[in-house]
Design a protein around this ligand. Structure first.
Ligand code: F6R
Ligand code: MG
Ligand code: MG
Length: 392
């Protein structure tokens, strides 16, 4: 294990500035200071996507390290204190438990971690999104690792020809399945086409068997039992040399596909790829956004990241996202802009429906059916009465 480098990305909404639109610069600075103080890490980088604070850390402690998770948890707690002091909105929103118990999973923050032997050159892309959910990565991950119309290397590059295996999590049952592609593409699509329930957790290269991508899969509502904000996700992808090229990975985001989230975690909207300085969802608390930082890892050192969507070649995707967003917004509270009712169960809507429950009266059709049944019954009773009389 000693040789392996681990990247741990821990993320949480510890308070919004203003409302749920962004993170406060003082909170980001504090998180940076806290991580820099630690001697557990090789390197760290702190950023934010909307109201989500993102702690990117490299170390040699492996995934699920109690020490690294505790460092993340303590940092989130300190940042929450700062958020409270500044009266930021929803301070400590994603910290659902009071004390740390060995692993940050299930406590609210999102976690994505991977360990690997650093290659001769190790390009890493880290995607972070706001106002959406982990299933938002399903479509781009499929395109990156299984669709030759996106990733030319799947066809052209001999070293990628064996394909990739997708590990899919059923978030409701907390069970996962591994599907080797291209052989099981159809089965994979059966599942990941329902991103609210089935979420891609990991992607592995088939030959040699190495980790290629890993994502956060936290479902806050399933931990808290009620709506406590969306589970804004993050994703780590390794690129190049037998893995999709940086440009093939980014290409999947040139299409602003529809994702669940946006206002009140209850609307479908396009996922807009933006630069870090534009990662502040404002219109109708959105539209949902994704940023990407590129790192050229060097012996575990992250170095200075590149802001990958800060490029005019993504202008069209942004423009499309605005057009799609505008079109959807005109639907107001109607589906398919608003999420379907089964997903709304995890929002604040059921409370309203509950209040209305007793005001419902039998509908016309039901009343007529009941009347006809009553009349038929009366007729039968009369007939029986007649027969009875005759017999007498
Ligand atoms: C969505 C989100 C926001 C809030 C909305 C209402 O993930 O964070 O759209 O749901 O601003 O927030 P509250 O209920 O806190 O006023
Ligand atoms: Mg928030
Ligand atoms: Mg958020």
């Amino acid at each position: 294990m000693a040789k392996k480098i681990t990247i741990s990305l821990l993320k949480a909404d510890v308070g919004g500035y203003v409302g749920h639109s962004a993170s406060h610069p003082e909170v980001i600075t504090l998180a940076r200071k806290e991580l820099r103080k630690s001697d557990l890490l090789i390197d760290s980088y702190v950023t934010a996507c909307g109201d989500d604070l993102e702690l990117i850390m490299t170390h040699k402690k492996g995934i699920n390290s109690e020490h690294i998770h505790e460092l993340g948890w303590e940092t989130f707690l300190k940042c929450t204190e700062k958020a409270r002091e500044l009266k930021l909105y929803g301070a400590g929103q994603d910290l659902l438990k009071t004390s740390f118990s060995g692993n940050i999973k299930g406590m609210g923050p999102g976690v994505a971690e991977m360990s690997f032997e650093e290659r001769k050159s190790e390009p890493i892309l880290i995607f972070m999104a706001d106002k959406t959910e982990p299933g938002a990565w399903n479509l781009p991950l499929y395109k990156i690792f299984a669709d030759p119309f996106n990733t030319a290397g799947l066809i052209i590059d001999f070293t990628m020809h064996e394909g990739f295996t997708f590990e899919v999590l059923d978030v409701k049952q907390d069970k996962s399945i591994k599907l080797r592609c291209p052989e099981h593409i159809y089965d994979l699509l059966v599942l990941i086409g329902s991103p609210g329930r089935y979420v891609i957790k990991n992607v592995y290269k088939n030959k040699p068997k190495i980790i290629a991508a890993t994502a956060t899969t936290t479902k806050l509502s399933l931990i808290a039992g009620k709506y406590v904000g969306k589970d804004d996700p993050a994703l780590i992808i390794r690129a190049q040399k037998g893995l999709p090229a940086v440009g093939e990975v980014l290409e999947a985001f040139a299409f602003p596909h529809l994702v669940a989230g946006w206002m009140r975690g209850s609307h479908n909207g396009p996922l807009m790829p933006v630069s870090v300085k534009e990662a502040h969802p404002t219109r109708f608390d959105g539209p949902p956004r994704v940023i990407c930082l590129g790192f050229q890892l060097s012996n575990g050192r992250l170095g200075k990241p590149r802001d990958m969507f800060d490029d005019p070649s993504f202008d069209l995707a942004r423009q499309k996202a605005n057009m799609i967003g505008e079109y959807l917004r005109r639907h107001g509270p109607f589906e398919p802009h608003r999420l379907p009712s089964d997903i709304m169960e995890y929002t604040t809507l059921p409370k309203i429906l509950h209040e209305m429950k007793d005001k419902f009266k039998a509908a016309d059709y039901k009343r007529i059916k009941e009347k006809v049944m009553r009349m038929e019954l009366e007729k039968k009773v009369k007939q029986r009465h007649k027969i009875y009389k005759k017999r007498k």
